[in-house]
Each structure stands twice: as C-alpha cells, then as structure tokens.
Design a protein around this ligand. Sequence first.
Ligand code: MLT
Length: 327
Amino acid sequence: MNFIVGLEDKLRKGPNNAPRLRVLITDHVDHLLLDYLRNRLGFDVDEMCDLGREGLLNRICDYDILVVRSRTLVDKEVLSRAANLKIIVRAGSGLDNVDLEEAAARGVKVVNAPEGNVYSVAELTIALMMNAARRISFAHNLVREGDWTKVRGTELYGKTLGIIGFGRIGSMVGRIAKCLGMRVLAYDIRDVSDTARLIDAVVVKDMDELLKKSDVVSLHVPLTRETYHLIGKRELWTMKRGAILVNTARGKVVDTKALLEALEEGIIGAAALDILENEPPKEEWELKLINHPRVIVTPHIGAETDEAQRRICEIVISKLEEALKGL
Ligand code: MLT
C-alpha cells in the first residue's frame, strides 16, 4: 500500500515534473485494469480497440505502456516505432503475438497472466469435446429448422483422451476428463510425470502413439516455431479413424486446410475449434470448414468469462507494480 502511494507520487510528478505515463489499450480488457491505471495510478489511458494496424503504427510512439490481448500483433515493426514504450501488458496467457526478443533488445518489459484463464479454457475444452461427441450444435440447428431427427453421438465414458501439452490448462482438462470416466494420455516435451501421476494420467513419450490411441485429441501447446502446424496431414492421418480433434490453444498449431481434407475424407470424425489460423476467417476453404456439419467453431472465447478476465487483471496489476518499480 505504501509502495503504491510512493509509486503514484513518483509517476505522477516524475523527475523534473515529467508528465504522467501514457497508456494505450488496443484490445478489450476488464474495467478493473482500466480503473487501476486511470484512477489509482492516475495515468493517461486511451482505450482504442478499433485502432487497427495502421493506427497502432502511427500512434504507438506517444505511449509508455501498451495493453493488448491476443488480437493485437506487437511485432518488430510496431516496436521499432515505439520510442517511448516501457512496458507491454499482455492481458492474457499466450505471448505469440508479441516479439519477445525485440522487446527485450529494446528494454521493453512484458508482463502476462498465464495463470488467469486455466479454469475457463479447460471448461470450454470439455464443453467443446462433449458438444462434438453428442453433436449438440448440429442437433440444435436441426431443431431450429423444424427437424426433430434423433441425432446419434458417442459416449465419452471409457474413451481415451490424448492431451498434447500437459501444462496448466492441459492437466486441468485431464483432471476433469478423469471425472467423466475417461482414460487420459499426456504428451509434452517437458517431464510431466509428477503432474500425470497426480491425476492418474499415462505419459506417452511419442506423440504418434497418443494420436493412434486417442478417441479425442486435445491441444494445449503455445504457438512457437516448433508447434506451428504440429498437427499436419501426417499427424491427422495417424489419428484413430473417426476421432475428435479439439483445439482451444492456437489456430496455427493445426494445418487447418489438411484438417478440412481429413474431415471430408472421413479420417477425422469431428473437430471442435475455439481458434482458427485467421481470426476472423476469410479464405473460402476456411468458410467451408466452419460450415462443415462435423465442425464446431467458437470465436476465441476460451478466456472470455467474467472470472478469467478479472483474475487476469489482478495478476497483471501485481506484475505491473513490480515492473513499474524498476522504471
Ligand atoms: C490468451 O492467450 O489469454 C487467450 O488467447 C485469450 C486472449 O487474450 O484473447
């Protein structure tokens, strides 16, 4: 508390009565963060969620702090124009939209909140898995069209869920799936045997083994150079015939064109996706994928709950306080 008061004083006046820090927010964040920056710290905050790429490039030079979620790309070009930027607040988990190397080279600190969205993303993953297995959205659409056909699905009880990426979210999905009576396989490049033991999941060392054995495959890896198109044509064709693919991680982890082909050829039984390679999708084949009867798509809403957004703000606020101390 004392620190905050001291900090407010220091930043409002600054050495030689320097102006208050200027903050640009380009994606929708919880009002908690906005209130904190504006009212608690007394910063000049501009919330411009429709700024777009050109607007960001033109204006970023005026700001000390940039607050983004996954929609705003903070790449080399943006950073090269950000002469005054000191801190990037990524109000969420994934850092794939921020050029971390370039930020570090320019002395720009980056704070995020990977712990904030775990329950929300895990719950959405389970919801999508159940939706795909029981074809809930498909049946719902039929009913709306006046068609009362009994749509047949599959049970999850006793089935095998293969989780690729067994970190915070992946292991939480595994934990819930165990309660549904599913067998859980875990694959990760790190040693996850301790976490797996806790929830009685089986670690597999080879991703292909997981793909071959799983009735549902769920992805929980960050997007990196190594995970780009991790699930491509070869991997899709390695999967159990008729299996369900769930992706609540990042769109580019899956070669989505290959996924469409796999669905059309009946290799994959269904896909439930909260993210796509392009958001929103624009290519004709992407629209074809969205409209496929065995595909469910949600508009990147994994972290979109009151609880997750609030938690994320609380986490980044405490990290921001630390980062501000060092200025
Ligand atoms: C995240 O990485 O936290 C999610 O993709 C949600 C978002 O920030 O838009």
